[in-house]
Write a protein that binds this ligand. Sequence first.
Ligand SMILES: [Zn+2]
Ligand SMILES: [Zn+2]
Length: 278
Amino acid sequence: MKITIWGCRGSMPSPGAEKNKYGGNTSCVQIEHNKTCLILDGGSGIQKLGKALDPEINEINILLTHLHIDHIMGLGYFGPFYNPNCNINIWGPSGSSESLTVRLRRYFSPPFFPVRLNELPAHVAIKEIDNTCFQIDDFTIHSEYLCHPGATVGYRCEADGTVISYMPDHEPSLGSSDFPNSSEWCSGFNIAREADILFHDGQYNNEEYDRRIGWGHCSMDNAIDFATLSKVKKMVLFHHDPTNKDADLELMLAESISRKKFDYDLILGKENDVFEFS
Ligand SMILES: [Zn+2]
Ligand SMILES: [Zn+2]
């Protein structure tokens, strides 16, 4: 199983020489296993993924966590949508009053985008999920609503004994008065539990977070506590703030590490990083 980060920046693309190490593209992670292609979110990173994708693959599953623009902005620039031989399933949550299809049509329509959803040459199927368990080839996938503004899910993708958890936008300290001491009522715990690799929001340092409580994102300190509670084997910090340069991210992580005790691998998400599991 191969996992590739195509974008791990939060909120908006953020290119620049001082951000080259961790990258400026927004959320997109690819999971390849046997002939299955799962794509987690359609941020700006998905454009590059479309160009690199094996042309033999004609069945693609895109799993959207939510419809904030940084998680869907790359969809219109994803090459396989313009291949009439390609089947693309888009999974994601509905809104409280509108279906996933209606919400996606807003992005795929003028003035935001010139091509409408039903004009895309590929065969596109929209599949709504909520707190759901579903199967894609060898993968058993669980989705569950998370603490984040608007309908947002996290994904737990499991195949051949490997568990990958993906929660790029998540504020777990809200919702449980006992965070991080109890897993009961803790947002995201069922998705992250004992994962081999967890991709998790770590957008802010403690000062920044204190000024942004309720915005739907996480401090690195809280992400570390959440991963400890969830007993993961590795955490990849994700959704880097667009204002933070490479050196800022490394300083934030060093400060968090100096305050926390944990027993798993902890790294900053970096565009083009690849993780392999057998
Ligand atoms: Zn986001
Ligand atoms: Zn969001």
